[in-house]
Design a protein around this ligand. Sequence first.
Ligand code: ADP
Length: 475
Amino acid sequence: MLYINGEWKPSITGNTIEVFNPATGKLIDKVAAGGREETIEAIESAKAAFKKWKKAPAQERGMYLAQISAKMREKADEIAETITLEMGKPLPDAKREVLGAINYVDWYGEEAKRVYGETIPASQPDKQLMVLRQPIGVTAAITPWNFPASMITRKIAPAIAAGCTVVLKPAPSTSISAIKVFECFHEAGLPKGVANLILGPAEEIGPELTQHPDVRKLTFTGSTAVGKKLLRDSADTVKKVSMELGGHAPLIVFEDADIDAAVKGVLLTKFKNSGQTCISTNRVYVAESIANAFSQKLAQKVSGLKVGDGIENGIDIGPLINERALEKVESHVEDALQHNGEILCGGKRYVDNVPNGHFYEPTVINYANDDMKIAREETFGPVAPIFTFKDEEEIVKRANHDRYGLAAYCFTKDLGRGHRMMQELEYGIVGINDPAPIVTQAPFGGMKESGMGREGGKSGIMEYLEEKFVSIHTG
Ligand code: ADP
């Protein structure tokens, strides 16, 4: 069902989207697929709701967010299970995602109360200068399937905390997770029109969201190619935009690193979510002198990862989202082999007991080099290529990607080196001896073609606010 102006509605045409379980290939359900007309209706309802919502006291907006948080906590298991069925991540990871999604709701519920303005010293005695921070208006949010709940709240929570109203278009393959999150909005009593949900095909909904003059802000998480198109399409109406796009994270292991910690770092940053995150490690760079020891240890750990349907107990690696994703991973591995890579473990589709699932074996490739596709393109799958390097100067140059700049990781016990890497890595997020540098209260976002704008933290709410300068002549 679509959710427009506080009501659940079928689509006008009766069209539906089929949602499949990537672990079994089975149809989970069919959901209503809206199009142009419903999108316009949702934008109009968000516009009407904005008139009141922008004036609601921050405490009141915060209170609604607290109620949403409570509802999401109540339904956390149900939402997590839906995530696992729709996109395959192991159930405990899905639960962690839902708790992370709730953190955004909690944090921005509080932050709503701290949208302060400013006064500025004037240059003459009879003037008073001020900056107001006001909600920008109707916001279009487009989210991907890899974090079907937390990507929604990371956008909608700060938007509605700031006083904006929203129309969300989630990824079709995770439509039911989006419905579950919106059920929480509905049951929390969020005023009608403040958050609207349009499920359906991107080709129909996208153009309305980008070209409608009443949409003043577009926030997107997804691939760089689609992000560029949305940027171009939003140009005619000069919308404020935030873009969380692709990445190609390096993970650098210096000869002085704690090897076990670095191996764990690769397991976490490369194999969680089956490698399907924009901050996933894509290139593991290991100092030449420790490369052999490191790759053996890593391959041993990776071959112990359990592949299977994420709804079962003890699974580390769930399926990839679809056949196209599998084909991309296969092509990267084939290309690596053609360029003299050596497979230490994995290296093919996984089919044991899951004949209709989209599984790929967790894979480690040794002797990776810069001629391989995997050295430049996002794999979005469970494949860790190991490159070697000689010194710090060389690795800084190679680690900085010409196009991407989202996340980078570095393992070293040398404090000075850690500081130098922090300065030199051209990435929006840098983890030094930390493979999990993502928290609600800190800005998440990329440089270069990895995007613009930040989500999370203080910056995350600023994306939905407009600064208005007021100069009063008091004389
Ligand atoms: P992925 O390949 O991981 O699905 P995409 O960037 O294609 O990543 O998709 C991310 C989100 O963007 C999804 O909700 C998808 O439906 C949406 N999307 C894709 N193409 C367009 C488009 N042309 N206009 C608007 N939204 C789009």
